[in-house]
Design a protein around this ligand. Structure first.
Ligand code: UN1
Length: 469
């Protein structure tokens, strides 16, 4: 049987090894377990997800350490991820009540009309490697609360974190048949998504894979599909005096988690009169940025990217931009031949004839100089993606114009493109996903509304068109 192995990006050491799962068998177990889980009271399911938080809290440091090992992100960031997992539970309980709770309505029909929600059944959760606990958890918890059985297929780069997440859930008393782990690669992923006994797919990952799933499910209109994909997110810098703060905001947007966030700023669009000063501040800050292993002391700003192949692809992308009209502001360099530590790359692509509209998932920032605010907005919209966008500086009137014209699901003023709230709807448009698949509105994907109209006695409403007896 094929085995999956995960390695620590920072050291190259093997971290985890396990056999690929049997999709049919796992789906069968979920199918059989589901009715009993759905029949539990909502209060019981809520009690159990709250117990999961208690279990996790007991081993919060160990879990953060595992996340740091398997992703390469610094401990301070791994701890933040565990906090986000914990916070998601109360957010999801609230979201279930507010988004999918029972509602009476005035339907205009005779009788009492109400909308109530039911779980879909078996939900497949496909997770990413950048937040291997937080993002799948953001789908698992609302789906569990709603009464679904879950199959988690973690990214093949982070199986250990996926396994640990479910272990805490099982310890809390959520049955192991109700939250199962499927280890595997694309083959298992495809089989799971297309399985006739899987009722919904909650996906977080690249646009390429998300679009393939969407195509695969095109003939199954009833299957629920939440797509949280990537971005080619713009950050516009307009008139603003606080350049130290602006530089810090740009660095945070583009380079936290080594740029491996769906919300990372990929394109910096700068007003021409601000350009030299902004770039100067930015370069100085990037030069001070510490890159290192997750447990280094002092803690690094960012770790390695996920693996050597990704590091190679990113440095190749940087060279591609450079040889196609880009001007290097700061070179993306490999710091270690054997490990995927790379320096943040910044490149001015203003003069590039054709700009690639792909998500470069790493610490690579493309910079564009513009001389007019409307051109800046047009430049920001020059993408098929539409996840997150920020304006830094400018007047309230300009922010309003930006807000009205920008095509993105998350729009910010004077704050980074990333670090979006988990208590708010989260998601994008276009190649970024199908609207609001995550965070607060994830609840919408986890239960379907049933409209019921109820009368005390049987009665039809059409009384014309019959012959006399
Ligand atoms: C980010 O903005 O860096 O809970 C990711 C969620 C979001 C994820 C945000 N807060 O799904």
């Amino acid at each position: 049987m094929t085995e999956l192995v995960s390695y620590e990006p920072a050291t190259g050491e093997e971290l985890w090894r396990g056999a690929h799962g049997d999709v049919d068998k796992i789906v069968g177990v979920a199918r059989r377990a589901w009715p009993q889980w759905a029949a539990q009271s909502l209060a019981t399911r809520i009690e159990l997800v709250r117990r999961f938080v208690n279990e996790l809290r007991k081993e919060q440091d160990e879990f953060a350490e595992l996340i740091a090992r398997e992703t390469g992100k610094p401990m301070w960031e791994a701890r933040t991820e565990v906090e986000a997992v914990i916070a998601k539970v109360e957010i999801s309980i609230r979201a279930y009540a507010e988004r999918t709770g029972q509602r009476k309505l005035d339907s205009g029909l005779q009788g009492t009309a109400a909308v109530r929600h039911k779980p879909h059944g078996v939900m497949a959760v496909l997770g990413p490697y950048n937040f291997p606990a937080h993002l799948p958890n953001g789908h698992i918890i609302p789906a569990l609360i709603a009464g679904n059985a879950i199959i988690l297929k973690p990214s093949e780069k982070t199986p250990a974190v996926g396994e640990a997440l479910l272990k805490y859930m099982n310890r809390a008393g959520i049955p192991s048949a109700v939250v199962q782990l499927l280890i595997g690669g694309p083959e298992e992923g495809k089989a799971l998504v297309a399985h006739p006994d899987v009722d919904g797919v909650l996906f977080t990952g690249s646009a390429q894979v998300g679009i393939a799933i969407n195509r695969k499910l095109a003939t199954e209109p009833g299957k629920i599909l939440a797509l949280e994909m990537g971005g080619n997110n713009p950050l516009i810098v307009w008139d603003t005096p606080k350049l130290n703060d602006v530089a810090a905001l740009i660095v945070q947007s583009a380079f936290t988690t080594a740029g491996q966030r769906c919300t990372a700023a990929r394109r910096l669009i700068v007003k021409d009169t601000m350009y030299d000063e902004v770039i100067d501040h930015l370069k100085k800050l990037v030069d001070r940025l510490i890159i290192g292993g997750p447990f280094d002391d002092p803690q690094p700003f960012m770790g390695p990217v996920i693996d050597n192949r990704t590091a190679d692809q990113l440095t190749e992308s940087f060279l591609y931009l450079l040889s196609n009209g880009g001007k290097a502001i700061s070179h993306m360099r490999r710091l270690d031949e054997n490990r995927p530590f790379i320096t943040p790359g910044m490149i001015d692509i203003t003069d590039m004839a054709e700009r690639p509209d792909v998500e470069l998932f790493g610490p690579l920032l493309q910079i564009i100089k513009v001389d007019d605010f409307d051109k800046a907005i047009a430049e920001a919209n020059n993408t098929r993606f539409g996840l997150s966008a920020s304006l830094v500086g400018g007047t309230p009137e300009q922010y309003n114009r930006f807000w009205a014209n920008i095509r993105a699901g998350i729009v910010n003023w004077n704050r980074p493109t990333n670090g979006a709230s988990s208590a708010a709807p989260f998601g994008g448009i276009g190649f970024s996903g199908n609207h609001r698949p995550a965070a607060y509105y994830a609840a919408d994907y986890c239960a379907y509304p049933v409209t019921s109209t109820e009368m005390e006695q049987p009665r039809a409403s059409v009384g014309v068109g019959f012959k006399d007896q």
